[in-house]
Write a protein that binds this ligand. Structure first.
Ligand SMILES: Cc1cc2nc3c(=O)[nH]c(=O)nc-3n(C[C@H](O)[C@H](O)[C@H](O)COP(=O)(O)OP(=O)(O)OC[C@H]3O[C@@H](n4cnc5c(N)ncnc54)[C@H](O)[C@@H]3O)c2cc1C
Length: 495
């Protein structure tokens, strides 16, 4: 077998892999992307946060995504308690980017992968990375297998694992993935044609909105996402134990899905006159994190690094953030700006802090979803229920990660304090043990203080041709900060 060589090998061509490849190729580095499937291919994960917009813009893909005609998403409704109106996360607040998109992932992902090609990455579809070779603990080469049965050996300086839930490095080689037992969920979903548009409590239609609703018995929640092919993506998330128990009693997955939707009156009213198209699918929906997101010669990005329950539609946001951090830290080392250890630490902390904020917020809101009889959100009453959503808006819009220098620090810190206090109320559905006790210690150790500052005094320099890491306070950083305020805040604000 001949050995080919590239600077960076990206395993996986989903949003994390494509974005990493686009960023690195535009900086002039040789990148090979190996994607085991042929695109377009089906994928779940259709509702995006506004934070994806600046990254798509930076890599020159935004125009293509906009032209495609995906549904524009200006916000999201969350009915987490049945006797309360839905709370609203308004994307038009606190952001220069007032909307995001609801996307058919087959089409969105294909656009991104194709754009990676346009940016200069070499993209090999139907080519799976089947094994990785290490020297000491550093990955140095990979063997791939293509659909025609041929194999290649590709050696590299860096590998970015963007293989999604398959988790080539952490799940297969390092075996260091930690699951969050309180969020060992299962999801089911299908597509409905002829559904109604979502209406708020004043009867106003919100045709592009994401809507979420707690199941009336507190056992889980549903999503409804309008797509540009005029179908409505509808799904249910329940704990694995609830799923196993009730699935046994149902004739089929379809039957169980339909019965569960009956516990969701708002979604039922949306699809009352609609017909389901295609099969009902199910997904393993466990939240988990790799113990390390970076090491010598490698970075993890997207679901390969960690996965958080999709309550707040955070997957693609985190995939892009992981891609940006992976690309910037690799560029910084290859250009001799920082040491390998410094770059690894940056990537590790950058992701850990973002994951922690979301995980804490999700855990807290699950507490209310499961307690339908009582109001458990701290400082929130029936009269001011929307306050809970206004408080967490900076986190769950993705703004805390991409836009934090435009948001007053007291709002960011209030968001985090509220999310943390909410999480501390949460108990596991099966054992009634506080969720905080069940969550992996790394998550708790790492975070919950006010952390919207530069990471070890550095931030990502988000300038084309100079993507990398920069120390806060250097003259260059001030200039970059002024020109790219939004993205400078992706990772850091002078702290
Ligand atoms: C039920 C559910 C609902 C969700 N809803 C949302 C939502 O509304 N919004 C949102 O943002 N996110 C959502 N997500 C999360 C979202 O799906 C993921 O976070 C997102 O797809 C992560 O992108 P990625 O690039 O890391 O992984 P993926 O999109 O999974 O891409 C990984 C790619 O790697 C390829 N691959 C795997 N192994 C190999 C290999 N060995 N060699 C080569 N290629 C390989 C795969 O074929 C795949 O194309 C949801 C997830 C679930 C389970």
């Amino acid at each position: 077998m001949m050995t080919e060589r590239t600077r960076v090998l990206v395993a996986g061509g989903g949003p994390a892999g494509s974005m990493t490849a686009m960023l690195l190729a535009r900086e002039g580095f040789d990148v090979v992307v190996c994607e085991k499937d042929r695109f377009p291919r089906y994928h779940i994960g259709e509702s995006l946060l506004t934070s994806v917009i600046p990254l798509l813009e930076f890599v020159g893909a935004l125009e293509r995504v906009e032209r495609h005609g995906f549904v524009k998403k200006y916000g999201a409704f969350f009915r987490i308690k049945h006797d309360q109106p839905a709370g609203y996360i308004d994307f038009t607040k606190l952001s220069r980017y007032p909307h995001s998109f609801q996307v058919l992932r087959s089409e969105f992902d294909a656009i991104l992968l194709d754009h990676a090609r346009t940016c200069g990455a070499s993209v090999l579809e139907q080519t799976a990375v089947t094994s990785v070779e290490f020297e000491d603990s550093r990955p140095v080469a990979a063997t791939t297998r293509s659909a025609d049965g041929s194999s290649r050996r590709i050696s590299f300086d860096y590998m970015v694992d963007a293989t999604g839930q398959a988790g080539l490095l952490s799940a297969r080689y390092f075996r260091n993935r930690q699951e969050e037992v309180a969020f060992a969920n299962v999801a089911m979903g299908g597509y409905f044609r002829g559904a109604r548009a979502y209406r708020d409590r004043h009867g106003v239609q919100h045709p592009g909105a994401f809507s979420m609703e707690a199941l009336s018995d507190g056992s889980g929640w549903t999503w409804a996402i309008p797509l540009h092919d005029r179908t409505l993506s509808v799904g249910v998330v329940v704990h694995r134990d609830v799923y196993k128990h009730r699935r046994k009693a149902a004739h089929s997955l379809e039957d169980y899905f339909a019965k569960t939707l009956e516990l969701s009156p708002d979604v039922t009213s949306l699809i009352y006159e609609a017909s389901r198209e295609g099969e009902v699918r199910s997904w393993r929906d466990y939240s988990y994190f790799a113990k390390a997101f970076a090491g010598p010669g490698y970075r993890l990005a997207g679901d390969a690094a960690g996965f958080i329950d999709p309550l707040f539609s955070t997957g693609v946001h985190l995939a892009f953030l992981g891609a940006l951090s992976a690309a910037a830290t690799i560029c910084a080392v290859l250009r001799g700006e920082v040491s390998e250890e410094t770059a690894q630490t940056f990537h590790e902390r950058c992701l850990r802090q973002a994951y922690t904020r979301f995980m804490v917020t999700v855990a807290g809101f699950y507490c209310q979803i499961r307690s339908q009889e009582s109001l458990v959100l701290p400082s929130v009453s029936r009269e001011n229920f929307q306050l809970a959503f206004d408080l967490i808006q900076p986190i769950v819009s993705g703004n805390a990660d991409v836009n934090s220098d435009e948001i007053p620090p007291d709002l960011l810190n209030r968001a985090l304090r509220f999310a943390t206090a909410t999480m501390l109320e949460a108990h596991d559905i099966r054992t009634n043990v506080p969720v905080a006790k069940l969550m992996s210690t790394r998550i708790l150790d790492d975070s919950i203080t006010d952390r919207f500052a530069a990471i070890d005094g550095m931030f990502i320099r988000f300038d084309r041709g100079q993507l990398g890491l920069e120390r806060v306070g250097a003259i260059g950083s001030m200039l970059v900060g002024a020109r790219n305020r939004i993205i400078r805040g992706v990772i850091a604000v002078a702290g």
